[in-house]
Write a protein that binds this ligand. Structure first.
Ligand code: UDP
Ligand code: MG
Length: 316
């Protein structure tokens, strides 16, 4: 079997401090895996500039000008990590056999790609890079990440624990991914939905060599929240549960107010104020939740995800 043509996609946002090093390291590694026949010599590296404010694009353009195996893609502004990855992938979907996405800071051990490519050669369509050692991450990042994966899973999103966006995908997977037309594409949740034979490779997450994280707490929370709300209407259902609960409590209070009134324990005006308040706040919240249910259904429909993906048909 011919060795696979690989495209490596790296999203870059303000990475001027590290790009040269990243390029040199990858180039060296590529020479090694081309040499041992793991990937074909037509394999390429694609740097996607996600609207950087520093010299990232100049560096990418410069590298690409001097090396035919490097592709530079420049987005018109900052679209975010996920969209940058997708831009690099979708733009080249027909030109390569398999695709690996990797952060430009090389925090993910590039040597794990060897394992990914071997598994792909043996038939895996998706290979997830999984961090089995996060000691270089802060205590806070580890705890919040663990919480995030757990919540996602509880809400029915088939996320792979401790897997970020370091993964290999076969071209076929990428083609199917193109049928998920939602704007808020949360790759970590979508890719497992595509199906096909999937495997994992494990690696140790390293420290960022230079530059700083583009994911401060604010962005991390936003990212997590986006992930949850673009996959699950559960938060909306909570409103309904809460509304029903409120209504039941309101009814109990209703009875209490009424009995107090009948037995004459109240001051004038109390009953006529309290009754409508409890009744309407309970029923309002319930009605809101009910409307939320329908909005949730609309939301599922407008995402227009494929209802199934056929892997293959025999005797057709
Ligand atoms: N990144 C991007 N667009 C953004 C933010 C980040 O393309 O708006 C890239 C960034 O250049 C890096 C990757 O996404 O290659 C992951 O970002 P970072 O290393 O800062 O995140 P962390 O590893 O700290 O979670
Ligand atoms: Mg990083």
């Amino acid at each position: 079997m011919n060795s696979a043509r690989l495209l490596l996609v790296l999203p870059c946002y303000n990475e001027e401090a590290i790009l040269h090093h990243t390029y040199a390291t990858l180039k060296h590694y590529f020479a090694e895996i081309v040499g041992n026949g793991l990937i074909s010599p037509d394999s390429k590296i694609c740097f996607v500039n996600d609207g950087s404010r520093d010299r990232t694009w100049e560096i990418i353009a410069d590298i690409a000008a001097g090396d035919p195996t490097v592709i530079g893609v420049k987005l018109s502004r900052n679209f975010g990590h996920q969209s940058a990855i997708l831009a690099g992938l979708e733009h080249h979907v027909d030109d390569f056999d398999c695709f690996i996405t990797l952060d430009a800071d090389l925090q993910d051990d590039i040597h794990a790609m060897t394992g990914m490519l071997e598994k792909h050669r043996d038939g895996a369509m998706i290979v997830y890079g999984v961090r089995n050692d996060r000691t270089t991450d802060s205590w806070f990042k580890r705890v919040t990440a663990e919480g995030f994966y757990t919540v996602m899973q509880k809400m029915g999103v088939p996320v792979v624990f401790n897997h970020a966006d370091f993964r290999l995908m076969d071209r076929r997977v990428l083609q199917e991914l193109g049928n998920f037309r939602e704007i808020n594409l949360f790759l970590r949740g979508i890719v497992p939905l595509v199906g096909f034979r999937s495997e994992q490779v494990f690696y140790k997450r390293l420290d960022r060599l230079a530059g700083e994280t583009k994911y401060p707490l604010r962005k991390m929370v936003l990212f997590a929240w986006n992930g949850i709300t673009s996959f699950s209407t559960f938060p909306m259902r909570l409103v309904l549960y809460f509304g029903v609960f409120n209504f039941v409590v309101a009814m109990a209070i209703f009875v209490y107010i009424l009995t107090s009134y009948l037995f004459g324990f109240t001051v004038p005006g109390w009953t006529s104020t309290m009754l409508p308040i409890t009744f309407f706040s309970g029923s309002n919240m319930m009605a809101l939740g009910l409307i939320g249910e329908y909005i949730g259904k609309i939301y599922e429909e407008v995402k227009a995800r494929p209802r199934y993906i056929i892997e293959k048909v025999v005797h057709d």
